[in-house]
Write a new protein. Structure first.
Length: 555
């Protein structure tokens, strides 16, 4: 492969797969897609509930060891947690809960008005979502039709799920048919990117289309070491394939879509980052950009399982005869409890700051699982055999900032990732309020007549001090990290509003790392929309740079 490529995309995740399809659609641009993981063609990847078989499997997930400051509750300097991310084609869209959550238009309006991301607003992102979607409910002003991603509302419902929604209504939340079609406090069934009982990852949709084209090459098992520059112009990328170094030349642009952890690390290993920190890591400087890997923000989550005294949950569907029957039904009909994601019911509300925008998201499922000190976010391999119901709460507007930093010039050097969860009073107040709101939800009618003991943390954890201490111990990241390569118009922004890396030429970043502000919900759909818009911007720039052909006069 000594030829020069027009586009090299590093990372075949949620955004990268969309970029590959869009940038190759003209049939003439030579597109190379590099992915460190594998094909992700396992049955357990396509089975919606198969995520239970993927947890902690190194062939499907990256595991990042994240440090925690001593003053923020760590028992020793090495204490912290493990953050997981998707590995292989599709990235995290191949292992996530498949919730198709767009965020709210106000999120993107704030990107433009408050963060300097010109052109990124509610209207432009809504247009991107509509283009992505093939909604099972048909087209409308807020639902796309004919796109590559099937969006299916309420894949699987059962009586307990209805009771969960009714409890939300009792708390004053408005029931809606489509959680993506409106904003503010609301409750309803989650929409999922599932088609005919199978996961619709970005790899099974956009990349599958792109791979059929002769101008697209996809390589798996490729580790990106660094981008190669001639001065400040990117001319290629050094990689490792089967343990051997290799270089791919690029005549056009390199797009980094490696995710909120790996994208800043690749930039840093390539010499783009804070000059002082790069020098300490032994990395030659190409462009001083101090915010690379800095100011990263996340959602923070807590799972609270409750015993179910009355009513029927789904726990038995994961054991013995129940599991066999559920699998048989799935194989024959592609429906049932295995044909949907971990959580069917969702709610958005305001828990701590009534005058602000929606700051919390709830996920509800008709099962329970054991939560231990490993802080696994959704340990579906630990389902409780006894009936139960789980509420999983997530803080959406944390102000604490984290960082991810390269420690050496080689990709094998372990990064230093530091989280600062609950380091601000705003976040500590929000955490306490979230727990109290979760308890109120489970005590609202009709759940109050069905739900029994609170299994974790237990009713004895009541004072603000005890609740906060518990939250520190049992909460985990929401798997929605963003802003480690912040987009903006200011001099310290890592990329500009056209996703071009500041300080160099020929490199763009297109994934969650560039998102400059929080999204009200999950980040997979926004990442795909970002990939779509990013490709459009690149094609616009290419068209503008190409010489215009003069038309010959006709007589």
């Amino acid at each position: 492969m000594s030829r020069q490529w027009d586009y090299i995309i590093v990372g075949a995740g949620s955004a990268g797969c969309v970029m590959a399809e869009r940038l190759s659609a003209d049939g003439r641009s030579q597109v190379l897609v590099l992915e460190a993981g594998g094909e992700n063609d396992s049955f357990w990847v396509t089975l919606p509930k198969g995520v239970a078989k993927l947890v902690k499997k190194p062939e499907h997930m990256w595991a990042y060891h994240v440090a925690q400051p001593r003053e923020e509750g760590a028992n020793d300097p090495g204490a912290g947690e493990v953050w997981i991310r998707g590995k292989g084609l599709g990235g995290s869209s191949s292992i996530n809960g498949m919730i198709w959550s767009r965020g709210e238009p106000a999120d993107y309006d704030a990107w433009e008005s408050e963060c300097g991301a010109t052109g990124w607003n509610g209207a432009s992102m809504t247009a991107a979502f509509l283009e992505l979607e093939d909604h099972a409910a048909g087209p409308s002003e807020m639902r796309g039709s004919g796109g590559l991603v099937r969006v299916d509302p309420a894949c699987h419902t059962y009586p307990l799920a209805e009771r969960m929604i009714e409890a939300g209504e009792a708390l004053g939340l408005r029931r809606v048919d489509d959680l993506n079609a409106t904003a503010g406090p609301r409750v309803g069934y989650y929409s999922h990117n599932i088609r005919n009982g199978r996961r619709e990852s970005s790899a099974r949709t956009y990349l599958a289309v792109a791979r059929k084209r002769p101008n697209v090459t996809v390589m798996t098992g490729v580790t990106a070491e660094r981008i190669v520059f001639d001065g400040t112009r990117a001319i290629g990328i050094d990689v490792v394939v089967d343990g051997k170094p290799q270089r791919f030349d690029c005549a056009g642009e390199i797009v980094i879509s490696a995710g909120a952890m790996e994208s800043p690390l690749l930039l840093q290993r390539s010499g783009i980052g804070d000059a002082g920190r790069l020098a300490l890591a032994g990395i030659p400087l190409v462009a001083h950009s101090p915010d690379v890997g800095e100011r990263m923000i996340e959602h923070l989550s807590l799972s609270m399982p409750f015993r179910l005294d009355h009513g029927k949950g789904t726990n038995k569907s994961f054991f013995g005869l129940g599991a066999a029957l559920a699998m048989l039904r799935y194989l024959l009909r592609r429906d049932g409890v295995l044909a949907t994601g971990p959580f069917e019911v969702g709610a958005f509300c305001n828990v701590a700051h009534p005058d602000s925008r929606t700051d919390a998201q709830f996920y509800l499922g008709g099962y329970t699982f054991k939560v231990g000190d490993d802080k696994a976010p959704v340990p579906l391999d630990k389902i409780d055999p006894k009936p139960g119901v789980t509420i999983y709460g997530q803080l959406l507007r944390l102000t604490s900032e984290s960082s991810v930093r390269a420690t050496g010039p080689a990709a094998e050097a372990p990064p230093h990732i530091l989280h600062n969860f609950l380091s601000t009073q705003h976040d500590r107040t929000s955490a306490i309020a979230l727990v109290r709101k979760m308890r109120a939800y489970m005590a609202a009618p009709p759940l109050d007549r069905m739900v029994g003991a609170e299994l974790v943390p237990g009713a004895q954890v009541e004072s603000d001090e005890d609740v906060l201490a518990m939250f520190r111990r049992l909460s985990s990241c929401g798997l929605h990290a963003i802003r480690s390569c912040r987009m903006g118009s200011d001099p310290k922004a890592v990329v500009d509003p056209r996703l071009r890396v500041n300080g160099v030429q020929g490199v763009r970043v297109a994934d969650c790392s560039v998102m400059p502000g929080h999204v009200t919900g999950n980040t997979n759909a926004p990442a795909m929309a970002l990939g779509l818009r990013g490709a459009q911007l690149m094609l616009e720039d290419r068209a503008a740079a190409e010489p215009k052909r003069e038309l010959e006069p006709h007589f």
